[in-house]
Ligand binder design. Structure first.
Ligand SMILES: C[S@@+](CC[C@H](N)C(=O)[O-])C[C@H]1O[C@@H](n2cnc3c(N)ncnc32)[C@H](O)[C@@H]1O
Length: 170
């Protein structure tokens, strides 16, 4: 959701996010944390005016953990994002290591979709949030019951701020 002219704007799906960034004139740098095969990085590069998107993933392919993509997915990502290579940087790094590369208040957009367990999501949000500049957007994937850790972490961090924002004048 985004508030514009004191109104709420509800997005139907994540495909609308790049267009929202354009509407909000967010044309600086963005990050996708957890990239897999790069399909969403592709959408972001294709449909937003971000001058650079950093696509961050470990691609470690750890056995027994379905959440980790492999180096094959990395290769697929490189190929998929090739047409946008002038605006695309792929970082084979852990979320929190990559996060340290960015200055506080420097990013227009962060999209979090890495590990979905509660502790990981809390750490990702609290680490990446300060990197976003005022007026920027933080978003993420899989806020639904099946991923209860995502829901709990997001609610805990944002519920109060969201209420305040809803009741504010601007
Ligand atoms: C659900 S997939 C991402 C899907 C992608 N965002 C999309 O929409 O197509 C989760 C990804 O997070 C990556 N991942 C898991 N732990 C990570 C970490 N600590 N740092 C960075 N990436 C991580 C996995 O390798 C996997 O590719």
């Amino acid at each position: 959701m985004a508030k514009k002219d004191n109104q709420m704007k509800q997005l139907k799906n994540r495909e609308e996010i790049p267009f929202l960034l354009n509407e909000l004139n967010l044309t600086g740098e963005g990050v996708e944390v957890g990239v897999g095969g790069g399909t969403y990085s592709y959408e972001l590069l294709k449909n937003s005016n971000l001058k650079r998107l950093y696509s961050v993933d470990v691609w470690s392919g750890e056995e027994g953990c379905l959440t980790y993509s492999t180096m094959k997915d990395y290769a697929v990502t490189v190929k998929r994002l090739w047409d946008y290579r002038e605006r695309s940087t792929i970082l084979v790094l852990d979320s929190l290591t990559a996060c340290d590369l960015f200055e506080d208040g420097s990013l227009d957009f962060v999209y979090i979709d890495a590990m979905h367990g509660y502790d990981y999501v809390i750490k990702d949000i609290l680490s990446w949030y300060p990197k976003i500049k005022k007026g920027g957007v933080i978003a993420g994937h899989d806020y639904f019951d099946y991923h209860s850790g995502v829901v709990k972490a997001v609610d805990e961090i944002f519920e109060e701020a969201f209420e305040e924002w809803l009741n504010s004048e601007n």
